[in-house]
Design a protein around this ligand. Structure first.
Ligand SMILES: [Mn+2]
Length: 620
């Protein structure tokens, strides 16, 4: 209590000082030089500044009077505390200050429950001030940079569904506290139909009193998913630039100016503030290394090493070219975003839209970059909303991106997800012999509008994009067939890469997941395991008959002593024959093997193999 009283007293003293300053400024008819005033007088400040351009002395006096009016309200708010009645904390100091790790003394049952609900320690969040500071992790050089004072304004959009109120409000406080008031036009909160009642009335009342006129709330009357929620935010945004963020972020000092500068220089740039991490359990803020945002062939995003030319340049503050984005933080010219087709509204929930935007902006004449001088800390939640079905949506969304933007390379997405290329949209492209029951029929919906968009924007090929923007990606264009491989003697069992470190293929009950993905190439390689995707990940290994024992080996394809040892003849429904030894890959019954089945190379006895999917009608 004593501490609370001290803080209250301090605040009161502060406020009295501000009142003094402002009265003094009225008296002297000074120019509006309120740069140093803290954020509590911010919204009044904003009103003044928006008129700053061509005001006469009269208008200015009026603005100052207006500010005084508002100040009264601010003082009231501070003394009474808007956060306190809803169980939250405002103001400087306290737990987690400076981005330090925090803990609760009373780790109660409730903590557990809310952890489950949100994927972070919401109870701890409630006790951390909405105004806490976080470390400045910008490269040193960024702190010396100066920016033009006529940068465009930004609307900041936060999207959420069932998020802790304190976490949402900290995102809001943080962006207001760390964005120059004349640059922050508005904050838009898009609620994707949350169930939680505290996100309705409490949130409404709080922001309307705390940030009158600054914060807009948009509520979806049904759950649209985070992709369409962002589009709702974009629709109501009015500033020339829009920033889209998850509602579990905190902004670093000076995050806005470099981003707005880069966009003003070239409106076709999509700028990604660099991401640091807020730990989900302690809310400690940790610096992440400089990274670009890439993805694998399943179109799932991941951090990747920055491009070589960026590393060679040795300038930590320089923008990092990136093929795509993680998606929790991006800033874009509002009109340009509309011109290039926003996010694909035909995608569901989330996943894939972030990759699709990367492909699209590059292929259609724009660019995407991570900006190390602009930083946002983000909670990586242990649990995300819509978790149960996210694999299905990610798959479906990936196929939409593949069908529209990836030309011949779309086969890679089908391979990565082990989906036959016989989807509803392409009945003509496939051999007719695949039983319908084997086709999971992922319906990716109608992409005709997106294809028309690509035409209209006269966009480049995916090949161009890979060569110029994502050269780290491995390609598998000579693949003939893919999917799990079954032997006629052991139904229900599939070829499997087995343990990753023992270099031995096995037979295992079929599940069609990554360890059972097999690709057979035009050259004759038989590769097992997930697609290697980028050069940063290990590639799948080659099945090898080295002619010595009866056990086939799994080796890195480039490590095979004699190339012929890794080549096989394989026809659908026929044997798998080593081109080097003429032996066949077969299954042997064996009591001491797992499942009583052993994979061997031996004299051909007529066993037959089938593989699930094929791309090109070849010799099989
Ligand atoms: Mn997030």
């Amino acid at each position: 209590m004593a501490v609370a009283r001290k803080i209250k007293t301090l605040l009161t003293v502060n406020i009295l000082v501000f009142v003094g300053i402002i009265l003094f400024s009225v008296y002297c008819r000074l120019q509006d030089r309120s740069e140093g005033l803290v954020q509590i007088v911010r919204s009044a400040d904003r009103r003044v500044r928006s008129r700053h351009a061509k005001v006469g002395a009269l208008a200015e006096r009026e603005a100052i009077l207006q500010r005084l009016d508002h100040l009264e309200e601010v003082v009231y708010n501070q003394l009474n505390g808007l956060a306190k009645p809803i169980g939250l904390v405002e103001g400087p100091g306290g737990l987690g200050q400076g981005g330090m790790a925090a803990t609760l003394r009373d780790g109660s049952q409730e903590t557990e429950g809310r952890f489950e609900e949100y994927g972070y320690n919401a109870q701890l969040s409630d006790r951390i001030s909405l105004d806490r500071t976080i470390p400045d992790y910008r490269p040193k050089k960024c702190r010396q940079m100066t920016y033009s004072d006529d940068l465009p304004q930004i609307s900041v959009v936060f999207i959420f569904v069932n998020e802790a109120l304190s976490v949402i409000l900290r995102s809001v406080h943080s962006v207001v506290n760390h964005t120059p008031s004349q640059l922050l036009k508005e904050v838009i909160l898009v609620d994707d139909n949350s169930d939680n009642v505290e996100l309705k009335l409490n949130l409404d009342q709080y922001v309307s009193k705390r940030y009158p006129g600054l914060v807009k709330i948009v509520r979806n009357s049904r759950r649209e998913g985070l992709i369409r929620a962002r589009l709702q935010g974009w629709k109501v945004a009015t500033a020339p630039v829009v920033g889209f963020f998850d509602a579990h972020v905190e902004f670093s000092t000076g995050w806005a100016e470099p981003a707005l500068t880069r966009i003003r220089e070239d409106r076709r740039r999509i700028v990604l503030p660099a991401i640091d991490n807020i730990k989900y359990d302690t809310f400690e803020v940790q610096q992440y290394a400089s990274a670009a945002h890439g993805y694998n062939w399943g179109l799932w995003c991941m951090y990747i090493v920055p491009p070589q030319d960026w590393l060679d340049r040795g300038d930590e503050a320089a923008p990092i070219r990136t093929p795509a984005m993680i998606g929790c933080s991006f800033v874009v010219d509002r009109e340009y975003f509309g011109d290039i087709g926003l996010l694909d509204p035909g995608m569901e929930v989330y996943g894939g839209e972030n990759i699709e935007l990367g492909m699209r902006v590059w292929q259609c004449g724009g660019s995407m970059e991570v900006l190390p001088c602009s930083r946002v800390a983000h909670i990586e939640r242990t649990k995300k909303p819509y978790n149960n079905d996210i694999d299905y949506y990610a798959k479906r969304n990936a196929l939409r991106a593949a069908e529209v933007w990836m030309d011949g390379f779309k086969s890679h997405v089908y391979m990565a997800w082990n989906i036959p290329m016989t989807g509803s949209a392409h009945p003509s492209a496939c051999p007719a012999s695949l039983p319908a029951s084997q086709n999971p029929g992922v319906d990716f919906g109608d992409v005709s509008e997106r294809l028309a968009l690509r035409q209209r924007l006269k966009c480049r090929s995916f090949k161009w994009y890979l060569d110029n923007v994502y050269p780290e990606m491995r390609t598998y264009n000579d693949t003939l067939t893919y999917g799990e491989v079954r032997n006629s003697k052991a139904s229900g069992y599939c070829l499997d890469q087995g343990a990753e470190d023992d270099d031995r293929a096995i037979l295992y009950p079929c599940h069609g997941m990554s360890s059972q993905l097999v690709r057979y190439s035009a050259e004759g390689l038989l590769q097992l395991g997930p697609l290697g995707s980028t050069a940063f990940l290990p590639d799948s290994k080659c099945l090898v008959d080295d002619g010595r024992g009866r056990t086939p080996a799994l080796k890195k394809c480039e490590d095979v002593a004699r190339p012929a040892q890794r080549l096989w003849d394989f026809t659908q429904g026929g044997p798998i024959v080593s081109r080097d030894t003429g032996r066949c890959l077969e299954v042997e019954m064996s009591k001491d093997a797992n499942f009583g089945l052993r994979l061997v190379v031996q004299r051909c006895s007529g066993q037959k193999w089938t593989i699930r999917n094929w791309i090109k009608p070849g010799r099989h």
